[in-house]
Design a protein around this ligand. Structure first.
Ligand SMILES: CC(C)(COP(=O)(O)OP(=O)(O)OC[C@H]1O[C@@H](n2cnc3c(N)ncnc32)[C@H](O)[C@@H]1OP(=O)(O)O)[C@@H](O)C(=O)NCCC(=O)NCCS
Length: 178
């Protein structure tokens, strides 16, 4: 079956997440307390069934693009990146990602995935602005977005609960300057 979305990079490619991607490994990512510590999904119990339902809701969606991050060398699915919800009137969208397989952290994969989806959003979808939210404590995420060209536009002070304390959230943005 051909991919609906396919974005090729240097080390990785992005393609839509399919129901067949929902396996034991994906389930482990979502329930790993190190992987999910900065994700809102940590507050909701994750089962294979609930992940399947989540993946299904993107099929045919006009406002959300949910892509698998796969290694070019062996087609391994190591994480996901999402563009959405997309506001087509004002041409902006949120971006979020998870590298579920911790063996691939710190190798520039998130930076590459963010760059790829950002370029796709600006050149193919003609969006004007992208935004990502990140906990102040999530240094790797902030750094990956900054390395992909995003900058901190605003800080929401003591917005979310993290380890029993209210913590700051950065709003990182990038503009399509063309
Ligand atoms: C956050 C995440 C996406 C980063 O992915 P990654 O592929 O490891 O990121 P990159 O390698 O592209 O870049 C991360 C940068 O942060 C640095 N970094 C990683 N952990 C760090 C830490 N604890 N403190 C300081 N810097 C750190 C890396 O060294 C790298 O910088 P460098 O290239 O200058 O060395 C990944 O760890 C992840 O999916 N975490 C769980 C889910 C999550 O938090 N998603 C983001 C929600 S906003």
């Amino acid at each position: 079956m051909e991919y609906k979305h396919y974005i090729e990079g240097e080390k990785i490619y992005l393609r839509e997440v399919r129901i067949t991607d929902v396996n034991e490994e994906y389930y482990q990512w979502m329930n790993d307390s190190e992987v999910n510590q900065y994700l809102e999904t940590r507050f909701i119990p994750q089962s294979i069934e609930s992940i399947r339902k989540y993946v299904e809701k993107f099929d045919g969606s006009m406002n959300e693009i949910f892509l698998a991050i796969c290694l070019k060398e062996n087609d391994k699915h190591i994480g996901n990146i999402k563009l959405g919800p997309i506001n087509w009137i004002h041409r902006f969208s949120d971006v979020s990602l998870i590298l579920g397989d911790k063996n691939y952290w710190g190798k520039g994969i998130a930076t590459e995935a963010i760059k790829l989806i950002t370029n796709y959003a600006f050149t193919v979808l003609n969006l004007h602005k992208l935004r990502a939210g990140c906990y102040e404590q999530n240094v790797a995420s902030k750094k990956a977005f900054e390395k992909a060209g995003y900058g901190v536009e605003s800080v929401f002070n003591k917005q979310y609960m993290f380890n029993s304390k209210y913590v700051n959230i950065f709003s990182l943005t990038i503009f399509n300057e063309k």
